[in-house]
Ligand binder design. Structure first.
Ligand SMILES: Cc1cc2nc3c(=O)[nH]c(=O)nc-3n(C[C@H](O)[C@H](O)[C@H](O)COP(=O)(O)OP(=O)(O)OC[C@H]3O[C@@H](n4cnc5c(N)ncnc54)[C@H](O)[C@@H]3O)c2cc1C
Length: 310
């Protein structure tokens, strides 16, 4: 890295929020991943803008030199870690407040469950689907997270982000390019700061009943007792990833501590001592076997960060 980061970062961020060599297994739901050179907690928009502007001026680039962490629930970080700066949003970015009768303003670091709970308390329906998705609003927007017929696409009115040059931009609904597990934010590098979530009037009992029903469905079908990143692969058109994997004879297949879940073949789980390398090798094996067996290409939904060797 070209600049004296210790000095430059501490001009913007309190020293206790700049951590060196932070082990990423603490921040991913897979519970794997090596050290990030810098792990920086950012609590205000002012500090975030200054940081991004600094990175821009110093020629640091998104992904290669710095990366935004949400709740780490869709991320596989290499065992060698990340040779750059991980930004973790907190403070004002975790706020969730009513904006009007039917609109909630949610910070990017707010967890989906916090937004779903406020919606329930305000008797607003339409966000129940996200109650059990264990990520942040930022991550949900990038991924167009969805479940049980609901997805972010249906409820987002606008998204505010800091662009790579440090300026702020508001993305209207039409600019978000939401599609199956993707959005404009997979194409354009920026840091999402908050979003307006637009819901409909409902009633508390129905909202609670739906949340409970979806929770029970998850608990009965998904291996929630093990660390994972949820569905490892995207749904290939016309198929279900889990069914293909099972039909290829891979249910329970393992590499080191990583295993194709016995409960749900679409999930790769960490049975206790998995490394990211185990998970990655297992993903490669599964893709190869499914391609050989059925000629279907499985694309990972999980995002890889850092170096991986095939
Ligand atoms: C048990 C389990 C169940 C799951 N069930 C579902 C499900 O039903 N449906 C579903 O869609 N997913 C599901 N997932 C996957 C995961 O929870 C979602 O993809 C979630 O939206 C990821 O959010 P996150 O905050 O954890 O993002 P992360 O994993 O931290 O990051 C994901 C991507 O978003 C980017 N990002 C995060 N915040 C920002 C920001 N502020 N600005 C710019 N970029 C940002 C990151 O850089 C990264 O590229 C599940 C995961 C688990 C572990």
């Amino acid at each position: 890295m070209k600049i004296d980061l210790d000095v430059k970062l501490s001009e913007i961020i309190p020293k206790q929020n700049i951590i060196k060599n932070e082990i990423m297994s603490r921040h991913t739901t897979f519970r794997t991943g090596g050290p990030a050179d810098y792990f920086v907690k950012v609590g205000t928009k002012e500090a975030l803008s200054k940081l991004i502007k600094l990175f821009h001026e110093e020629g640091l680039t998104f992904s290669k030199d710095y990366y935004i962490l949400g709740n780490g629930s869709n991320l596989l970080v290499s065992d060698e870690g990340y040779r750059g700066i991980i930004l973790s949003l907190e403070g004002e970015f975790a706020e969730v407040v009513p904006e009007s009768d039917t609109v909630i303003r949610a910070g990017a670091a707010a967890l989906n469950v916090a937004v779903a709970n406020l919606a329930r308390d305000k008797e607003l329906k339409g966000f129940e689907f996200a109650h059990g998705i264990p990520g942040s609003i930022g991550g949900a927007l990038v991924m167009n997270a969805g479940a049980y017929g609901g997805e972010m696409k249906q409820v987002v009115r606008s998204v505010t982000a800091i662009m790579e040059d440090g300026t702020e931009k508001i993305f209207s609904r039409d600019e978000l390019e939401f599609d199956y597990r993707t959005s404009v934010f997979k194409r354009i590098n920026c840091v999402i700061t908050d979003a307006l979530i637009e819901l409909e009037k409902g009633n508390r009992a129905d909202i609670e009943a739906l949340m409970e029903d979806l929770k029970n469905r998850r608990v009965s079908k998904q291996p929630l007792e093990y660390p994972s990143a949820g569905s490892t692969f995207k749904r290939p058109e016309g198929y279900f990833a889990g069914k293909l994997i099972e039909d290829a004879g891979l249910k329970g297949y393992s590499v080191g501590g990583a295993q194709v879940s016995e409960k749900h073949s679409g999930f790769v789980i960490n049975t206790g001592d998995a490394t990211s390398d185990d998970v990655y090798k297992l993903i490669c094996d599964v893709r190869k076997k499914v391609m050989e067996s059925f000629g279907v290409e499985l694309s990972p939904e999980v995002i890889l960060l850092g170096e991986f060797k095939a």
